[in-house]
Write a new protein. Structure first.
Length: 146
């Protein structure tokens, strides 16, 4: 019988380790807390705020995106399957960049530009990075099962 590495461990007759069980509980607790917390923030936070370190925040996000992209390129050049990790990080950061660009832009031309950048640049790049990550992961799983 051929087993898929994508099937849950229990379905493959593998008992998860204590670390995996604890990590699953922590992830469940964090998700269970953050979803209601985000609703609370949505209804209680002010509509606008002044950010003292606005430029640093945006520069830091773009720096992280660039670092993730360059790390992915280096790992791909080495044939290192950990490129899937940096690729998914880059994709996630690009989605966040698009989200915050659109949500924090002023109405009018600035918002139209933010939407255009998100739709034409950031989200397609994010989709490509996440696709690459999934492709590398599938290749890695295929090599392990051979």
């Amino acid at each position: 019988m051929i087993t898929s590495p994508c099937r849950p461990a229990a379905a493959r007759g593998i008992r998860p380790s204590a670390v995996v069980r604890r990590a699953r509980l922590v992830a469940l607790a964090v998700g269970g807390f953050l979803l209601p917390w985000s609703v609370l923030l949505l209804v209680t936070l002010p509509a606008s705020a002044h950010a003292v370190h606005w430029a640093l925040a945006w520069a830091g996000l773009d720096w992280a995106e660039g670092t993730a992209a360059l790390a992915t390129a280096v790992l791909l050049a080495r044939g290192d399957r950990r490129a899937s990790l940096t690729a998914v990080a880059a994709g996630t950061l690009l989605v966040l960049d698009a989200w915050f660009d659109v949500c924090t832009s002023a109405p009018g031309a600035a918002q139209a530009l933010a939407v255009a950048e998100a739709v034409l640049v950031e989200l397609p790049l994010a989709a490509a990075a996440i696709w690459l990550s999934l492709r590398l992961l599938a290749q890695s799983n295929q090599q392990q099962s051979d």
